[in-house]
Write a protein that binds this ligand. Structure first.
Ligand code: ACO
Ligand code: ZN
Length: 223
């Protein structure tokens, strides 16, 4: 019996018990107390952060069979701003981004995708810009010394092109990805960013895209 237990423990060190939490999406090792502790902490914080109770005067800008998109503007009531800040903190944590200070905080538009389970499952933060630099190629290869310092350094053109709207963050809750939530957020942004016109894909730019962000942006802009 002892030998058998030992076997399980040995075999288990890497993979045994790897679990994806169905609510918070964290991947952790259920058999590891430290991991479990971290999960419990993340779990509560995350679910509290994305919980959405709804507001009387919320600005619903799109509705779907599986949820709706709410727009939050800088001068909205403090509880709306607080929700946006909570979600942004979760997103920044996940992406490992430094908090960026927007150039024009007054002009930020935040779109939240609210699921029918009353959770914020998607977030898009946009700001007006005047120019953007086109991403030219794949990231600098692993042989390049700079890639370790800056893993997100795609090569960019140094010729600025006119643009109107910059997407500084786009995020979808891990368990809700590939359900066209990001696509619907960008569609809605194009429709609502400037009154009375639908922005073309040339007029929007993704800032500092992650690999996921780049795959999405490439696909989105080509279809
Ligand atoms: N790999 C390959 N193709 C992808 C991926 C991916 N990871 N994600 C999206 N696409 C493509 C697909 O073609 C997809 O269509 P399909 O599912 O019919 O094939 C199409 O884009 C549309 O995808 P959506 O379902 O609308 O995208 P989703 O809701 O899953 O959200 C997102 C995409 C926001 C990038 C999500 O993966 C995410 O939150 N990732 C982690 C956070 C992140 O990296 N955000 C981008 C940061 S960059 C920035 O903020 C400027
Ligand atoms: Zn969890």
């Amino acid at each position: 019996k002892k030998a058998k237990d030992q076997l399980i423990i040995d075999a288990g060190q890497k993979h045994f018990g790897a679990t994806v939490c169905k609510s918070c999406g964290m991947i952790y090792t259920a058999s590891n107390p430290e991991d479990e502790m971290q999960h419990v902490q993340h779990h509560h914080r995350f679910l509290e952060g994305i919980k959405y109770v709804g507001w009387k005067k919320e600005r619903v800008v799109a509705e779907f069979w599986d949820g709706k998109i709410v727009l939050v503007l800088p001068h909205d009531p403090s509880f709306a701003i607080k929700k946006v800040e909570d979600v942004q903190e979760l997103v920044d944590n996940e992406l490992g981004f430094q908090q960026v200070v927007p150039k024009c905080p007054n002009k930020i538009k935040t779109f939240l995708f609210i699921s029918d389970e009353k959770r914020v499952v998607g977030c898009l933060i946009a700001e007006p810009i005047k120019q953007a630099f086109r991403v030219l190629s794949e990231p600098i290869g692993p042989e390049s010394p700079s890639s370790t310092e800056c893993p997100r350094a795609w090569q960019c053109s140094d010729v600025p092109e006119p643009a109107v709207c910059g997407i500084s963050r786009i995020w979808v809750f891990r368990l809700k990805r590939r359900k066209r939530i990001a696509r619907r957020l960008v569609d809605t942004l194009r429709n609502c960013f400037m009154f009375g016109c639908f922005l073309s894909t040339d007029e929007i730019a993704f800032s500092d895209p992650t690999p996921d962000g780049k795959l999405f942006a490439t696909k989105y802009c080509n279809t």
